[in-house]
Design a protein around this ligand. Structure first.
Ligand code: SF4
Ligand code: SF4
Length: 191
C-alpha cells in the first residue's frame, strides 16, 4: 500500500499534468519571463510538504545543502526585518540557484500552482477564481471564460493526505512557516 509521501508525489504529478494542460490551452509558459516569482513571500501550511521538501533536500550534495542553509539564515533575518517594518518580504528563495529552483521535484504546493488561472470551490460552497500571474493575465486579458485549473479536488486530497501523514504524531500546532524556516528548523518528533 502506498505511503503518504508516495501518494503526495503521485498527487503532485497529477497537478503538474493539470497545470500543463491549462498552460497549453493558453499558450503560456514561464520561458523568457523577466520576473522570478521565487522571491514571493509565502507561508506554508502542511507538515507533509515540509517533510517532502526535507526528504529531497537531504539527498542534495553537501555543498549545495550548505549554500542553501546559509542563504536560509540570511533569508530569515531579512524577512523578520521587512515584517517588522510592516512590509511584505521580497527575498529570493534560498533554494533558488541562479534563477532556477534547486529542488524542483520536491518544491512546495504553491510553487506548482502559481502562473495559470485557477478556480476553487470551498466547503461552504463558495467559489473563488484566481487570475494567474501578471504575465498570464496579459494573455487572458482578464477574460472570465479563460481556461483555468480547478484546484478543488487537489486541495481536498492534499488535506486528506496531511491528516494521514500527521495522525501518528498526535496533535500538532497549526503550521505557518516560510520555506527558509522549514530548512532550518527540525520537523516535530514523530514525523
Ligand atoms: S509564473 Fe508568471 S511571473 Fe512567475 S516566472 Fe512564470 S511567467 Fe513569470
Ligand atoms: S521551492 Fe523552488 S520553485 Fe519554490 S520558491 Fe523556492 S526556488 Fe522557487
Amino acid at each position: 500500500m502506498p505511503q503518504p509521501m508516495e501518494k503526495l508525489a503521485a498527487l503532485f504529478a497529477e497537478m503538474e499534468t493539470a497545470y500543463e494542460t491549462t498552460a497549453r490551452l493558453l499558450d503560456f509558459s514561464c520561458r523568457g519571463c523577466l520576473d522570478n516569482c521565487c522571491n514571493s513571500y509565502f507561508r506554508h501550511h502542511t507538515y507533509i510538504e515540509w517533510a517532502y521538501l526535507r526528504q529531497g533536500f537531504a539527498a542534495l550534495p553537501a555543498e549545495r545543502r550548505d549554500a542553501c542553509m546559509s542563504r536560509a539564515e540570511k533569508y530569515v533575518l531579512q524577512a523578520e526585518q521587512a515584517l517588522a517594518r510592516g512590509e511584505r518580504p521580497e527575498i529570493m528563495c534560498p533554494l533558488n540557484d541562479a534563477g532556477r529552483c534547486g529542488l524542483y521535484s520536491h518544491r512546495m504546493l504553491i510553487c506548482r500552482l502559481h502562473g495559470v488561472p485557477a478556480t476553487m470551490r470551498f466547503p461552504n460552497g463558495q467559489r473563488r477564481s484566481f487570475p494567474g500571474c501578471f504575465r498570464c493575465q496579459e494573455i487572458t486579458g482578464g477574460r472570465d471564460n479563460a481556461p483555468a485549473m480547478d484546484r478543488t479536488l487537489f486541495f481536498q486530497r492534499m488535506l486528506l493526505l496531511e491528516r494521514e501523514f500527521t495522525r501518528a504524531a498526535g496533535s500538532l500546532p497549526r503550521l505557518k512557516m516560510n520555506l527558509a524556516e522549514m530548512l532550518l528548523k527540525p520537523l516535530p518528533s514523530g514525523l
